[in-house]
Design a protein around this ligand. Structure first.
Ligand code: PAF
Length: 279
């Protein structure tokens, strides 16, 4: 496995890579969710490239950029074991040199949900992902369904800007008790870790109500809010039942719906979602 930190060095190596090239962009501190993306990429491509870059432009001024967990040595050992061929690990200066001033803005899909609470977040995500796509030149790129809005935004960017690659969505990997894997779970103390189960429990409740025939989206949002409010350590940012491609809030569920939420558990903000779909 080769580790590359310079864009120019990667560019020299890219023409000799066996295609298709599968790409997994990450911010490091890898967990089973990331490794599942790498396994999918490994199974479907000749070459697997993983990037590790904690992207400063997607963090707000009050967010956890400085304290975001990092462990590059462990990450590299895990990637080697999964059979990744190349790891692109640039510095912030390499990606955003002095004077950098061009941005990718995806429209309405970035305004709701996470975008409404994290101003500028998706501008940072879309910009860095577009840059990474241009550098890595992948045939396919793999993203977790856990960040459902990120997936919608990236698919929209790829389609609107005619980027020549396929975006592959990979199901969320969960701990045995249902908590979605996230690098931020490390911030939770034992009581908060227990309280964090409310996310999966309430999403399962929404899924059950829908399976029993409930199609009133507002009723689902209300039931979910009541359920989360009963957990003293949880504070809701949003509970959403939205169209799975436009992310517009629904009043009635007719097609595929994305049920998503963000909640604070103590000082940690967690997100999770489930898709309600008859297919
Ligand atoms: O999902 C992430 O880890 C990040 O948002 C990504 C896609 C690597 C861009 O920095």
């Amino acid at each position: 496995m080769k580790v590359v930190t310079q864009i120019q060095e990667y560019r020299k190596l890219r023409p000799a890579m066996a295609v298709p090239v599968g790409f997994v962009p990450t911010m490091g501190y890898l967990h089973q969710g990331h490794l599942e993306l790498v396994r999918r990429a490994r199974a479907e491509n000749q070459t697997v490239v993983v990037s590790i870059f904690v992207n400063p432009t997607q963090f707000g001024p009050q967010e956890d950029l400085a304290s975001y967990p990092r462990d590059p040595e462990r990450d590299l050992a895990l990637l080697e074991k999964e059979g990744a061929d190349m790891v692109f690990m640039p510095s912030a200066e390499e990606m955003y040199p002095e004077g950098f001033d061009s941005w990718v803005e995806v429209g309405r899909a970035t305004e709701r949900l996470e975008g409404a609470y994290r101003t500028g977040h998706f501008r940072g995500v879309a910009t860095v992902v577009a840059k990474l796509f241009n550098i890595v030149q992948p045939t396919r790129a793999y993203f977790g369904q856990k960040d459902a809005q990120q997936l919608v935004v990236i698919k929209k960017m790829v389609s609107d800007l005619n980027l020549d690659l396929e975006v592959v969505a990979v199901p969320t990997v969960r701990e045995s008790d249902g908590l979605a894997m996230s690098s931020r779970n490390i911030y939770l103390d034992p009581n908060e870790r227990q309280a964090a189960l409310v996310l999966w429990q309430v999403l399962s409740l929404a899924q059950e109500l829908w399976q029993e025939g409930e199609r009133d989206a507002e009723r689902l949002r209300q039931e979910m809010t009541l359920f989360i409010d009963a957990e003293p350590l949880a504070r809701i940012d949003y509970v959403s039942v939205a169209d799975s491609s436009t992310l517009e809030e629904l009043s009635r569920i007719e097609g595929a719906a994305l049920v998503s939420m963000a909640a604070w558990i103590g000082k940690t903000r967690l997100i999770d979602n489930v898709m309600l779909d008859t297919k």
